[in-house]
Every structure is written in C-alpha cells, then in structure tokens.
Design a protein around this ligand. Structure first.
Ligand SMILES: [Fe+2]
Length: 385
C-alpha cells in the first residue's frame, strides 16, 4: 500500500544517459571524472557478441587504461567477486566499468564494495551494511530487465548456503548508467523474454510493495505499459531497434521503481530458487509471478488492481484479481516461454528448503502480506501441481 502523500521519502538514482549511441560516451565520461585505470567487468557471452572491443576502444581513445575481468557466470558466486576484487587490487585499478546483463553488473558492484571496504563480499549481506563508497562505477547493460544498472541492490550467490544473498545500500548505486538499445539486439528470444519478465516482475512487485509511493508508482505503471506493448515485439524481431529502445526504457522505469520501493514474495522465491537450483533469474520470475499474484491480489485494494489491469491492457470481469493473475500466468507462454518449475528440479520434496530461504530473503520484508514459509509452500505446491 502506498504511503500518504507528503510523507518524507527518498529516491536514489545514478546519472543516466539513455538513447542510441549512449555506450560510446563511456570513454569521454571516464576521462571527465578522472578514471585512469578501469577494471572492465563483463562475461564471455558479451565478448563473443562483440560489445567489449568498442568499449575498450572508447576508453583507450580517452586515455583510460583497461583491465578486463570476464570470469563471470550467470548467478555470480561470491568467489568470482573475490577474484575480481583481487585483480582490481593487483592491477591498481581506480574505477570499474561493467558491461553485460545482471550478472556482470551485480558482480561489479560486489567487487566495488570489497575494493574500498575490504573483507569478504558476504560480510556485507543485508541492508545498509556498506560503509565506504565504491570506486567510480559506470554500468552499460546489454539486457533489458534486471535494473542492476540503476539499483541499490546486488545479488550474489553463496554456494555454501546454496542461497542468493542481497547487498542493499545507497553505496551500490552506480555513478552512471549508459543505456543504449543497440547491445540489446544480440539477445536471443529466450533471453529477451526472460529478462523482460524480470522487468515485469520488478514493476508489479514495486507497485504492490508496502514501501511504494507516488514516484515509484508512476514508474512502475509506465514500465508495465511499455513491457506489454514492446516485449512481444522484441521477442518476435530482435533487430527491432524501436521496440528495443522502449524495453530499455521499461527496464529503467522498473529498475528505479524497485530500487526505491523494493520487491516482494516473487523475488524472494526467485532468489531462493536461483540459489538452490541455479535456475535463471528471469525464468524464475516468469514462472512465479502468476502463482504468487493469485495470492497477493486477493488482498489488494480494487483501485490498485484496476490500475495494473489498465496498464497491462487486461479486460477484467467480476473477479479482477483472478483475471489479472490469470493473465500474468499466461503471458510468459504467449512470448514463447515454455519451461516449468519441475524442469528446474523443483519437486514437492524440495519446496520446504526453498520456502525457508525465501522467508529469510530481504525482499520478503516489503511484501504486502506477511510472508511465512507455510504459505510459500502452499503457493509452490500449487505452482508445480
Ligand atoms: Fe529481478
């Protein structure tokens, strides 16, 4: 439920440069803020797609040396962050440029935290645990949806606990996000759909979060409108630069909304599922959004359900909560997503561990209903039935 208008609130955001060619401003910006030697954090897929070389050229052309760290896997684990932090220190870097999807961007934020605060990245789990600011950080997203380029969240996997942990701090907000639609064109339809569903989950959970307010509401609803219109176009035609630009904007809107309003049970469960079964984050959200919203919307005020339905273009009848939840359950299939929770290894025997981890997740705190593992188990059992 949104707080009353006029109540004291804060909103954090990086400087954002959005639009065609934004990525080429990495070098000039890096020079302007005095970067001399940047750790470039990326992954092999982004390198293979050809996006790293132009970045290095832009940095070199502006007198900024670069050290490339590309040892980042999907759902980055803590040891990768620590290897990146060691390379940052050994190479005497003074700044970070992150290029990629959510995994390189989150990994870069973890590296930045360790670079200036010392210790181990897992020491900073939780809210407001990071004291010293990170080195200057520029983020260039190559997917549309994670919001890691603008958010104050970094999600890192602890393989010992088989859990994803959240670092939440204003110190994690990048200095600059260069949001350029062109790198999005090399995403295949499956990655396009999954990352787009992550953005949809961000917008809906931020809108329904008990920390939402007028500014985050506007951004969340704007994201929903853009996603429903443009995500199917991007999946159908990856080269559609106009639709890609609109999804880049949707990702920004949803990312700023959730960075400032936080999330809920969908993401609490998605983090648990990613940590336990290494399932891709966007796929988890796509599979969980409908089942969780069936529960959440049951208690949501009618006016807010109507706002979501209007933004998504859902015609509601006498049971609007059910109609919106049904639409959210069907939308992933409409954009070609066919996976199931069972395919990721979720069974009735594993739902208890998953629910316990989700109950402890930072995103559970802002869910509009009290998250208990019993209720999560019920939702999961229904979802895999
Ligand atoms: Fe997410």
């Amino acid at each position: 439920m949104s707080i009353a208008r006029g109540e004291l609130r804060k909103f954090v955001s990086p400087e954002i440069l959005y639009g065609h060619g934004a990525r080429h401003l990495a070098g000039p910006y890096a020079r302007r803020i005095g970067m001399a030697r940047a750790l470039v954090v990326t992954d092999p897929g982004v390198e293979a797609a050809g996006w790293v070389t132009p970045l290095l050229t832009s940095l070199a052309g502006n007198g900024v040396e670069a050290v490339v760290f590309d040892d980042v896997q999907p759902n980055p684990v803590a040891e990768q962050v620590m290897r990146g932090a060691a390379l940052f220190a050994e190479s005497r870097c003074d700044s970070i440029v992150a290029l990629g999807g959510g995994s390189p961007l989150d990994c870069a934020e973890g590296i930045g935290v360790v670079a200036t605060n010392g210790g181990h990245v897992l020491d900073y789990e939780g809210v407001d645990m990071v004291e010293a600011p990170m080195p200057p950080l520029v983020c260039i997203p190559t997917t549309a949806g994670t919001g890691a380029d603008v958010s104050q969240f970094a999600i890192i996997t602890d393989p010992v606990r088989r859990a994803k942990i959240a670092l939440v701090s204003k110190s994690l907000v990048p200095d600059l996000a260069l949001v350029d639609p062109e790198p999005l064109t090399t995403m295949d339809p499956a990655l396009t759909a999954a990352t787009g569903m992550d953005a949809l989950a961000h917008s809906i959970e931020a809108y329904l979060s008990n920390a939402s307010w007028a500014l985050t509401d506007e951004l969340a609803l704007a994201a929903m409108r853009l996603i429903v219109e443009n995500l199917p176009r991007c999946v159908a035609s990856g080269e559609d630069l106009e639709a890609r630009a609109q999804m880049a904007l949707a990702s920004l809107d949803a990312g700023l909304a959730f960075s400032n309003a936080s999330l809920g049970a969908v993401h609490a469960l998605a983090h648990a599922l990613g940590g336990l079964l290494n399932a891709p984050h966007g796929e988890c959200n796509a599979l969980l959004l409908g089942p969780v919203m069936r529960r959440t919307l049951r208690d949501t005020p009618r006016a807010r359900i109507d706002s979501i339905a209007e933004a998504l273009g859902v015609d509601v009848g006498a049971r609007p909560a059910e109609d919106v939840a049904a639409w959210l359950t069907e939308f992933p299939a409409a954009i070609g997503m066919t996976t199931t929770l069972a395919q990721y290894g979720l069974t009735p025997d594993t739902v208890d561990d998953l629910a316990a981890n989700a109950e402890a997740d930072a995103c559970a705190a802002t869910n509009p209903w009290d998250v208990t593992s019993d209720e999560l188990v019920r939702i999961l059992r229904d979802a895999i039935a």
